[in-house]
Design a protein. Structure first.
Length: 426
């Protein structure tokens, strides 16, 4: 199908331009062409952006398909404007050997509507005891992570970094010192004390980041820190970058918009790391502004309704976010003038693609990888509208701007809003 977006506001190389955008046989062209279009879409109110890239999602297949599948997760991603994601390896079987990875690769080939690139584990079964078959699985993975578990042994992480460096791959670390957890499940702050909850101290995060920074300096490994939440983590990474350490990091929209003051006695506010203090949130924002924080990643982590219905103490950790990340960030940061759209595209597209060597380009003459948003459309976030199998979001009921109308990936329509689905050439 040949599609023409008539007079769209197109983001090209950091600049918006009013132009016609056509997709003919899956290939992008700027300006209309003298051909038959199956569909002409008046696009004065639409903005075309490069497809987003999320380097931290959980699609739960294989092993936990009742929570999410490659099919539902990738469709949800397309609904959020994403055309490439990296899936975390806390699966069953974990992708720690080539044989175990194969089940996930087959599901991706069969069911994904966008680019889905898995991580391999750092250690066998993510137990932190024996390195995974890194030298066999590296051609098929975005990098190595034991996400959900911090690697507790310094020597094990050092060995993993040396191996990853030899393979030219990134170590993406979930940083958590188990000896400092003490059964906590929300931030060890004012809310926890006032409501009788066990807290997770910030040191459990930043202490392991501090250890790993020293190891990254020693080994020369490309090191990426997952979902940072604490002000100390920001400062450690800022100083490491100033020293020339090969380090990047991510944070999530919920850590930038919410903090412990927003907590409710509801499982949709429970994630790991937890929502921390106002001071931590402001430090993360400052990290965005000075480029200490390189990218936004959702840590999209769906669970069943029952698993998230047990309150703050007993619900499982994790919230969904891939369908709300752009509108939340656009509403709270771009529309308020805190950051530019160019900066948001760096966080959601350019920086993750560069760091993890992901080809997700939006260029003339190449297969279409872009998303179309109605930026001025305001709506209320309703989890029942999600295409993800997960529904637990701390943003339920929030009013935001920016509705995804269509997403193309590799020249194919990955998602189309119902209001556009029936339009044909006039």
């Amino acid at each position: 199908m040949n599609t023409l977006f008539k007079n769209a506001n197109v983001y090209i190389d950091g600049v918006f331009s009013r132009t016609d955008l056509s997709v003919c046989d899956g290939v992008v062209a700027f300006g209309s062409r003298d051909i038959f279009y199956d569909r002409i879409i008046p696009s004065d109110s639409y903005t075309v952006l490069p497809g987003f890239t999320d380097v931290h999602v959980h699609f739960r297949e294989p092993g936990f398909s009742y929570k999410e599948t490659i099919a539902s997760g990738s469709l949800a991603a397309a609904h959020g404007g994403y055309t490439a994601v990296c899936t975390m390896p806390n699966l069953n079987p974990a992708p720690d050997t080539l044989s175990n990875l194969r089940a996930q690769l087959i599901a991706i080939d069969n069911d994904a509507v966008i680019k889905v690139i898995p991580y391999g584990t750092i250690t066998l079964e993510e137990k932190g005891e024996v390195l995974s078959e890194m030298d066999k699985i590296y051609p098929f993975v975005a990098g190595f992570s034991d996400d959900g578990r911090g690697v507790q042994s310094r020597e094990m992480m050092k060995s993993a970094m040396f191996k990853a460096k030899s393979l030219n791959k990134v170590i993406a670390a979930h940083c958590e010192d188990n000896s400092l957890l003490f059964g906590g499940y929300i931030h060890d702050g004012v809310y926890a004390k006032q409501h009788g909850h066990r807290g997770i101290c910030s040191e459990s995060e930043w202490k392991q980041i501090e250890r790993d920074i020293a190891l990254a300096e020693e080994t020369g490994c490309s090191y990426h820190v997952c979902h940072i939440s604490a002000k100390e983590s920001v400062e450690l990474i800022r100083k490491a970058k100033a020293r020339g350490v090969d380090i990047t990091c991510e944070t999530g929209p919920h850590y930038l918009v919410l903090d412990e003051n927003d907590l409710q006695e509801d499982g949709r506010f429970k994630m790991n790391p937890p929502l921390r203090s106002t001071e931590d949130r402001l430090a993360l924002i400052e990290g965005i502004l000075d480029s200490t924080v390189d990218m936004i990643a959702t840590d999209h982590a769906p669970h069943s309704a029952e698993e998230k219905s047990r309150g703050l103490e007993k619900s499982l950790m994790g919230v969904v976010g891939i369908e709300t990340a752009f509108p939340v960030m656009y509403t709270h940061f771009v529309k308020t003038g805190k950051i530019t759209m160019k900066k948001l595209m760096e966080l959601l597209h350019y920086n993750p693609c560069k760091r993890f060597k992901i080809d997700n380009s939006f260029e003339e003459g190449k297969k279409a990888n872009f998303t179309v948003f109605a930026l001025d459309e305001e709506y209320e976030i309703n989890p029942e509208d999600f295409l993800s199998a997960g529904r637990a979001t701390p943003f339920a009921g929030n009013r935001v701007y920016g509705k995804c109308m269509m997403t193309f990936c590799e020249g194919m329509e990955a998602y189309t809003d119902l209001s556009l689905r029936e339009r044909t050439a006039e």
